[in-house]
Write a protein that binds this ligand. Sequence first.
Ligand code: ADP
Ligand code: ADP
Length: 229
Amino acid sequence: MIKLTNISKHYRTDEILTTALSDINLSLPQGEFMAIMGPSGCGKSTLLNVLGMLDTPSEGQYEFMGEEIANYKESQLAKIRKEHVGVVFQEFNLIDELSVIENVEVALLYHKMPKAKRRELALEMLKKVGMDHRIKHYPGQLSGGQQQRVAIARALVNKPKLIVADEPTGNLDSNLGREIMELISDINKTGTSVIMVTHSEAHAQYANQILTLLDGKLVSGSLEQSIAS
Ligand code: ADP
Ligand code: ADP
C-alpha cells in the first residue's frame, strides 16, 4: 500500500537547515498496523505528516496505492487525503461551535450528498465508536476520551484505507488510553491500515510493526540497543 524510498525532509528557518528525516525506507502492506516511536524531536510527527500526505518530503519517492506522489502539489495530495486518509491528533481538534454529530458530518461536506445521508453516515460512525448517545453535545461537554472517540468517528466516516494518528492517547489517562487503543485496534481488524506515533511502549504493542526513529533515521531493534551501540 505504501512504499517510501530514500525519503528525507529538511526545514529551513533563518538560514538554519534542520534535517528532520534522513533517508527513510519503509513499506506498509494494506491492513497493517505500524507504530512509530522515538525520543522527542527525532522526526516522528514529520514522518507521520509525510505518510499522511499532510506534508511533502524534500527528497525521495513515496508510492501510495501504486501512485508516485512525492512530487504532488497540495491540491493533488488533498484529493488523495479526502478519499483515502483519516487523521487523528493528540489534541482531538474538534470544532467547539459544532455539535458532536456536526463535527463528524464536516468530514463529508466535500462529498456531494444530501444532508440526510451525511447525518445517517455520521450517526452510523458515532455508533461504532460508542458515542451515539451524545450526538447533540458540544466538545466542551465531553471528557477527553469521548472527544477522541468523536475525532476517530470523524476520521473514519469517509471509510479511509489509512488512518494516521499522532499520539492519539497522549492526552488521556491510562484507562481511557487503553479504551482508545482497543477501538483503533478493532478498526485495524476491519482492514483499515493504521500508522500511529506513540510514546507508550504498551500502546505500541497493539501494532504488528514497530519502527524506531533516532535523529531522523530509522533504527532497527530497540531504542535502548541503538543508544548503547
Ligand atoms: P512530541 O511530538 O515529541 O511530543 P512536539 O510535537 O511538541 O513533541 O515537538 C517536537 C519537537 O519539534 C520540539 O522540539 C518542537 O520544538 C519541534 N517543533 C514542532 N513543531 C515545530 C515547528 N512548527 N517549528 C519548529 N519546531 C517545531
Ligand atoms: P517528533 O515528532 O519526533 O518530536 P518532529 O517531527 O516534530 O519530531 O521534529 C523533528 C525535527 O524537525 C525537530 O528538530 C524539530 O525541531 C524540527 N521541525 C519540526 N517541524 C518543523 C518546522 N515546521 N520548521 C522547522 N523545524 C521543524
